[in-house]
Ligand binder design. Structure first.
Ligand SMILES: Nc1ncnc2c1ncn2[C@@H]1O[C@H](COP(=O)(O)OP(=O)(O)O)[C@@H](O)[C@H]1O
Ligand SMILES: [Mg+2]
Length: 277
């Protein structure tokens, strides 16, 4: 397998149904190692569902999802694939009563035996790593504070630190800055992108704000009603594309018809390119 040519993530003919709701309908989507893909879309457009498919928390109703060539839900390879994908959820899911450093150390659970971690017996090198990551995310000195005493921005950076601790090849961040005010949100994204770029990690960020995403993305993926309506460079993403992505869409029932795109400025032809190709 040639790591530089094979995509890190590949979705083919994926349909994901929740009851009669078609949450995702993606014919073909690939992401390559080292890309920073920002997934844009209105609420209910399928961003979280896409993240959960990549992370292996959901199986597609039909079609295939491959991460480094493996089905992320497959029994035999699941553990290893899961270790290679870190997730930063919208809610962070930190343990509020534990110290910052304990939360960050949870990032290495994939490589430390469960009983050791249960007792808090992490190897010395993991402690050192956690301390150094805390410095990197500007939380040095706060390692022994309980998470529940932190500000929103500090919690967010704890979640970033835990994801970095995992030594993952891919970080999927689902609206990671939605709880922060705009200035803090930009700082937090900048920090995340710097840490990720330093390590060559592939980054997928679900975000509402295209203008914020523009600064950090190498590629935009636009979803509307579970369908891909843009896939291309941030520079090529025009106001018309934004309209297409953010135009109010009916939600809910399964749709048989194609989305009425008129003559949409979809990313076809010269617009459509995988950055890094
Ligand atoms: N667990 C679920 N059960 C039923 N419907 C769901 C579930 N999760 C998501 N959906 C539906 O799937 C569609 C896509 O949702 P989601 O991926 O959460 O969108 P986004 O993250 O872009 O807001 C929406 O219509 C949503 O209501
Ligand atoms: Mg969501």
């Amino acid at each position: 397998m040639n790591a530089t040519l094979d995509p890190a993530i590949r979705l083919r003919d994926v349909h994901l149904l929740f009851g009669r709701t078609l949450a995702l309908d993606l014919e073909h989507l690939e992401m390559r190692a080292g890309e920073r893909v920002f997934v844009l879309g209105h609420s209910g457009s399928g961003k979280t569902t896409l993240s959960r498919l990549i992370k292996g928390r959901l199986k597609p109703s039909t079609g295939t999802v491959r991460v480094f060539g493996n089905d992320p839900t497959a029994k035999d390879s699941r553990r290893e694939t899961q270790r290679r994908i870190a997730m930063i959820d919208q809610e962070y899911f930190l343990v509020p009563r534990l110290d910052v450093v304990d939360n960050v150390l949870h990032g290495c659970l994939g490589r430390v035996s469960p009983w050791r971690s249960y007792l808090g017996w992490y190897p010395g090198e993991e402690w050192e790593k956690a301390e150094s990551i805390l410095e990197e995310v500007e939380l040095g000195g706060l390692g022994y504070r309980r998470v529940e005493t932190l500000s929103g921005g500090q919690r967010q950076r704890t979640a970033i630190a835990r994801a970095l601790m995992q030594d993952a090849d891919i970080i999927v961040a689902d609206e990671p800055v939605s709880a922060l005010d705009p200035e803090l949100a930009e700082d937090a994204l900048e920090l995340l992108v710097e840490c990720v770029a330093r390590r060559g990690i592939t980054l997928i960020v679900n975000l509402h704000q295209p203008e914020l995403a523009r600064r950090f993305a190498t590629r935009f993926v636009g979803l509307a009603n579970g369908r891909l309506v843009y896939d291309g460079s941030p520079d090529g993403f025009t106001k018309q594309h934004a309209e297409l992505v953010y135009r109010a869409q009916p939600k809910g029932e399964m749709r048989d018809e194609q989305p009425e795109t008129g003559t949409p400025p979809t990313a076809s032809g010269s617009d459509l390119r995988l950055v890094g190709d």
